[in-house]
Design a protein around this ligand. Structure first.
Ligand code: ATP
Length: 604
C-alpha cells in the first residue's frame, strides 16, 4: 500500500491495483455474510495509516473521500456525468485499440449482450477479456490519479469535447492494467455489482454515515465529519453558539399508543408548551438564542446581562459552577398581570416582545445538551435532566424547568392528556427516560399527544353515571370525576365501564351537582348492589342509586379489555361530550349493545 501525496498534501492514496481492485474482487466473490470483510479491513488500514500520518505531520489533510467515491460511484455528486454508457464506451475502446470493426473483439465491446456467453457477467467483464490482450500486467496508478482522470473526463464531457474525453480515457488506460480497467469501467458506469447495499457500505465507515448521507447528500462532507468512529452524529451536531436542529416528537395516536406500550416503558410526562422552540447557549455569561430553524434572536433577547430585554432577567438563574451550557426548551409568553402563560393563538409574538408588553419571555427548559463544555447528548434523558436540575435556580415566569411526572403506567398518560384538556393546554409530550438526544430525529423516544388525534375514532355512547370522585386542590370538596356504566344482564342492573375525569365546563358541572349532589352516597355507606349497581376493582368515592342518576354522552378513542370494571371493558381516553337531560336513566347503552360494539376484542 502506498500512502502519500506530497504534491497536494491532501489525500491518502493507495494503488488501485494492489488495494482497491483486490477489495472489489474479494467483496464481489464473497458469500452474503462475508460481504463486508474486505471493506472492513480496507477501511481499518486506511484509518490506522491516516492516524499515523496525522501524528507525523499536523498539516496533512487526510480524507477517505477519494476512495469512497470510487467505492460508491452511484453517490457521486461532485463530478458531473461522463457521457459514457456501455455502448459509447465500447465504441471508444474499439477506436482506442484500433480494432477491426467487424472483428470478434470489436463485436464483444459494442454488442456484448449478443456475443458473450453466460459466463461473462457484465460489460466490464466482457471488456476485460479484450483489454488484457493489449495492456501490460503491472501498473502503479493511485486512487488520487484515477479520480483526477475521472474529473477531467467529466469536465471535458461538460465542455462538449469528445476528442478530449477519448484522449483522457486512452491515457488512463495506458497507465492501468486490464484488471483495473475492468473496475474503472464499472466506476464509470456507476455500478460495481458488489452485492452489498450502499447503506451497509457507508456504515462500515461510520455507524451514522447512512443517516448522514440521507440528510446531506455529500460524500466529502461525510468523510470529514465522521472521520472519528467514536464520535456519534448527535454529538457532532451540537456545539456552542451554533444552532442545531432540535430533537422532535412523534405523533402518538391510538395505533401508536398500543405499539409503544407493547413493552414496559419508563416515561416522563410533560406539558406540551404552546410557544416557540428555542435553544439557549451560554458561555461565561455570553448568551445566544436560536429559533427552531436556526435564526438568531440574540439581538432581541440580549447577548449579556446588560443588553436586550430578556437576558438581564437571568442574572441569578445559573449556578456559579455553570460556565457554559446549552438548553433546549420552549420560549413562552408570560402574562405579568394574570401570572400565567399566553398561548400561540393570542395576540403576541414571543420573538418580538417589547419591555412595555404585558407578556415577557419565559424560557421553559426541558433538556440540557452541553454543560461546562461537555456534550451530553449521548447520556440518557434521566441523567441529562438530573444535571439540568442542578444547573438552574428557576425563576417563576422568567426561566422555568418543565415539570415532569415519571411513570410506567399508561393510565397516567390518559389522565395527563385529559388533565391537559381541562387546563386548556395543547396536549402532552411523553419521553422515554432512557432516550438519547438525537438531533432532528422524530423517532428517538419522544412522543406528542393531543386529544384531536383521537377524535372521530369511535362513535359516542350514552352511559349512566353510577359513581363520583372528589377533585384535587380547590375542588377537593366537589365531585369532578365520574364512574359511568351500562345496563347489565338483568333489568335494573348497572355495570361499571369507565372512569371519566373531564370534559365538562364549570356550568355543566354545576348542573350535574344540582341534579346529583343530594343523592351521592359515600362508598362505605349502604350497599350499591342492593340498588343493582355493580363495580369491578375500580371503586368511586361516592355512588348513586340509578333512578336518581342521569346519562352522559361520552366519547372514547376505543374500547379495550379491562378487569377493573364490571363490564370487563373500558374506554380509552373517555371524554364527556354532553349531559343527556333528554334521556331517562334506563335509556343508557346495554351490556348486549356494548358486546356487539366490542366484537372480537383481544385482552390488553
Ligand atoms: P413538529 O414540531 O413535531 O414538527 P408542529 O410544528 O406541528 O410539529 P406540534 O405538533 O404542535 O408542532 O408540536 C411539536 C412541538 O412541541 C415541538 O417542536 C416542540 O417545540 C413543542 N414542545 C412543547 N412542549 C414540549 C416538551 N415538553 N418537550 C418537547 N417538545 C415540546
Amino acid at each position: 500500500v502506498k500512502w502519500c501525496d506530497e504534491e497536494h498534501a491532501l489525500l491518502v492514496t493507495g494503488s488501485v491495483d494492489q488495494v482497491l481492485c483486490k477489495v472489489f474482487e474479494e467483496t464481489r466473490a464473497a458469500k452474503k455474510q462475508e460481504k463486508s470483510n474486505a471493506l472492513i479491513t480496507f477501511i481499518q488500514e486506511y484509518k490506522e495509516t491516516a492516524l499515523k500520518l496525522r501524528k507525523d505531520n499536523n498539516n496533512v489533510l487526510i480524507s477517505f473521500y477519494p476512495a469512497l467515491r470510487l467505492i460508491l460511484p452511484i453517490l457521486e455528486r461532485e463530478r458531473g456525468p461522463y457521457g459514457l454508457k456501455e455502448h459509447t464506451l465500447g465504441k471508444r475502446i474499439v477506436k482506442m485499440l484500433c480494432l477491426p470493426p467487424q472483428g470478434g473483439d470489436a463485436m464483444r465491446l459494442t454488442n456484448f449482450r449478443l456475443t458473450d456467453s453466460s459466463s461473462v457477467k457484465d460489460f466490464a467483464d466482457s471488456a476485460y477479456w479484450v483489454l488484457r490482450k493489449h495492456f501490460m500486467d503491472s501498473s502503479n496508478i493511485s486512487i488520487l490519479e484515477v479520480n483526477q482522470y475521472l474529473d477531467s473526463i467529466a469536465s471535458l464531457h461538460a465542455a462538449n469535447n469528445p476528442r478530449g474525453v477519448d484522449e483522457q480515457l486512452a491515457e488512463l488506460f495506458k497507465k492501468t492494467n486490464a484488471e483495473e480497467q475492468k473496475w474503472i469501467i464499472r466506476i464509470i458506469l456507476k455500478d460495481l455489482k458488489l452485492g452489498i447495499g450502499q447503506d451497509r457500505i457507508l456504515n462500515l465507515y461510520h455507524p451514522d454515515a447512512a443517516d448522514f448521507y440521507t440528510v446531506n447528500n455529500n460524500l466529502s462532507m461525510l468523510c470529514d465529519t465522521l472521520s472519528d468512529m467514536t464520535t456519534r452524529l448527535h454529538e457532532i451536531e451540537i456545539s456552542l453558539f451554533s444552532p442545531f436542529r432540535p430533537m422532535l416528537s412523534n405523533r402518538c395516536d391510538v395505533t401508536q399508543f398500543n405499539k409503544i406500550f407493547l413493552k414496559t416503558r419508563h416515561l416522563y410526562i410533560e406539558t406540551k408548551f404552546d410557544g416557540e422552540r428555542f435553544q439557549l447557549h451560554m458561555k461565561n455569561n455570553r448568551f445566544k438564542y436560536f429559533s427552531r430553524n436556526g435564526f438568531d434572536f440574540t439581538n432581541t433577547y440580549g447577548e449579556s446581562f446588560a443588553s436586550g430585554f430578556y437576558t438581564p432577567l437571568l442574572k441569578n438563574v445559573f449556578n456559579s459552577t455553570v460556565k457554559s451550557v446549552i438548553l433546549d426548551g420552549e420560549m413562552m409568553g408570560w402574562n405579568k398581570k394574570t401570572n400565567q402563560f399566553g398561548s400561540k393563538g393570542m395576540d403576541f409574538d414571543v420573538k418580538h416582545l417589547k419591555p412595555h408588553n404585558v407578556y415577557q419571555p419565559c424560557f421553559c427548559a426541558f433538556d440540557i445538551l452541553l454543560l461546562n463544555d461537555e456534550v451530553l447528548t449521548n447520556k440518557p434523558l434521566c441523567e441529562r435532566l438530573s444535571l439540568l436540575d442542578t444547573t438552574l435556580n428557576p425563576l417563576h415566569g422568567i426561566l422555568q424547568i418543565s415539570k415532569r411526572l415519571e411513570t410506567s403506567n399508561k393510565e397516567d398518560i390518559v389522565t395527563a392528556l385529559n388533565g391537559s384538556m381541562d387546563k386548556e393546554e395543547e396536549g402532552i409530550v411523553f419521553k422515554d427516560v432512557t432516550s438519547l438526544y438525537k438531533s432532528n430525529d422524530r423517532n428517538a423516544g419522544w412522543w406528542k399527544m393531543k386529544l384531536e388525534y383521537f377524535e372521530d375514532v369511535m362513535s359516542d355512547l350514552d352511559v349512566i353515571v353510577i359513581g363520583g370522585y372528589y377533585g384535587d386542590g380547590k375542588h377537593r370538596q366537589k365531585i369532578s370525576g365520574f364512574l359511568v356504566g351500562v345496563s347489565g344482564k338483568f333489568p335494573d342492573e348497572y355495570y361499571s365501564l369507565a372512569k371519566i375525569a373531564s370534559g365538562l365546563d364549570e356550568d355543566e358541572l354545576k348542573t350535574v351537582e344540582e341534579k346529583l349532589g343530594p343523592h351521592w352516597i359515600n362508598i362505605n355507606d349502604g350497599n350499591p348492589e342492593d340498588y343493582g349497581v355493580y363495580f369491578g376493582k375500580e371503586k368511586p368515592d361516592v355512588w348513586i342509586p340509578p333512578s336518581k342518576s342521569l346519562i352522559f354522552l361520552v366519547r372514547g378513542s376505543e374500547l379495550i379489555r379491562s378487569s377493573d370494571f364490571k363490564t370487563n371493558y373500558t374506554l380509552r381516553f373517555p371524554r364527556i361530550q354532553k349531559i343527556r337531560l333528554d334521556k331517562s336513566y334506563y335509556e343508557c347503552l346495554s351490556l348486549k349493545e356494548l358486546e356487539e360494539l366490542t366484537g372480537s376484542l383481544k385482552p390488553v
